[in-house]
Design a protein around this ligand. Structure first.
Ligand code: ATP
Ligand code: MG
Length: 351
């Protein structure tokens, strides 16, 4: 069986460092491993519209922003197919058939959708499209016969839902769809990076992000304003590192060599944490170090992004070409699905 990747992002804003550790960096690693036969990276504009129906312009503008972030991070159009979801209408048709295989109560149990509904204050006014987006994600994954979905922890319930649809479809209509596996980041801190405000998830919709395209002075300002341990008031006070976003970011981004370069009085993160926990280490010092680490990690990405910003027509062409390739694959799968469901009426002569 072919090894295939499908993953993507909603064009609701520029991508942030949470996307980077949660999914982007893993994609680039898998892309460059040469172990995958096909890699599809989708800009999920149709999904973004499920909670932005009144702001199509926002979604439209962010398509190019997300594409720039992709190229900046090292996704390579020679190796990965970058495409726009709504330009592959086969995905919508697949979703429509899958809707018959999922119950309303099953969707209501999805913990990610539950917390997103709360976060958006939808309460009784949940758009049907938003409620059903896990089904449309199953269509995206299965249309490409994806075996691997590199994503953050919040996507686990979506991949679970997709697997259920695959099993149900295959048992009703015969073996057609491929069972996907989520590929989570191996570093625990990267599963769900918190926001700079200490909220559980850095998220475009919450406005608590450090963006890949933020200039160094913006990053510095955000880092210096970060939420830490609220009980660590004076330098001499003992501080908590668990649940402290500054230390979670260091867990996610810091490498030992950064100590030699920027903070040579410590050998590694364990030593820095121990000092913070026993007291005598101020937040400002730790934040200044974190800022340098982020600068070292993200300066090359920012520079590559600037280079691509001068080549926008080429970026459009990459998306256009990628979408053609993606559409062909989705068409093939849809034909197999229609055959399996026996709704291929005009393929033979007997209705
Ligand atoms: P929105 O608020 O519009 O949903 P988002 O910031 O949640 O935006 P998505 O486009 O929904 O971003 O998610 C894209 C990918 O990035 C998914 O694989 C998701 O798991 C991952 N991801 C998003 N935020 C984080 C985070 N804070 N930590 C780790 N991974 C994340
Ligand atoms: Mg999201």
């Amino acid at each position: 069986m072919k090894k295939v990747i499908l993953t993507g992002d909603r064009p609701t804003g520029r991508l942030h460092v949470g996307h980077y550790v949660g999914s982007l960096s893993e994609r680039v690693k898998l892309q460059n491993s040469g172990e995958y036969d096909e890699i599809y990276i989708m800009i999920a504009d149709a999904q973004a519209l499920t909670d932005n129906a009144e702001h199509p312009e926002k979604v439209r503008q962010n398509i190019i922003q997300v594409a720039l972030d992709y190229l900046a991070c090292g996704l390579d159009p020679e190796k990965s197919t970058l495409f726009i979801q709504s330009m592959v209408p086969e995905l919508t048709e697949l979703s429509f058939y899958y809707m018959n295989l999922v119950t309303v109560s099953r969707l209501q149990r999805n913990p990610t959708v539950k917390s997103e509904i709360k976060q958006r204050n939808f309460e009784a006014s949940i758009p049907v499209g938003f409620f059903c987006y896990p089904i449309s994600q199953a269509a995206d994954i299965t249309a490409f016969k994806a075996t691997a979905v590199p994503a953050g922890e919040d996507q686990m319930p979506m991949v679970e839902q997709c697997k259920e649809i695959v099993h149900k479809f295959n048992s009703v209509y015969g073996e057609t769809l491929v069972d996907p596996q989520i590929v989570l980041p191996s570093n625990k801190a990267c599963l769900r990076l918190p926001g700079i405000d200490g909220k559980a998830k850095m998220s475009k919709s919450l406005g608590n992000c450090i963006y890949l395209s933020d200039e160094p002075e913006v990053v510095k300002k955000k880092v210096m304003s970060m939420f830490t341990d609220p009980n660590h008031l004076r330098v001499q006070d003992p501080g908590k590192v668990e649940g402290n976003p500054v230390f979670i970011y260091l867990d996610a981004f810091c490498k030992d060599e950064y100590f030699a370069e920027f903070l040579p009085e410590y050998q590694n993160l364990d030593e820095l944490k121990a000092h913070y926990q026993r007291g005598g280490l101020g937040d400002v010092k730790v934040k200044k170090f974190l800022n340098k680490v982020l600068e070292a990690e993200f300066a090359p990405i920012r520079e590559r992004r600037k280079m691509w910003e001068t080549r926008i027509p080429e970026v459009y062409d990459i998306l256009k070409e990628g979408t053609k390739v993606a559409r062909k694959k989705a068409q093939e799968t849809l034909n197999e699905v229609r055959d399996a469901m026996k709704i291929n009426y005009f393929d033979g002569n007997d209705l």
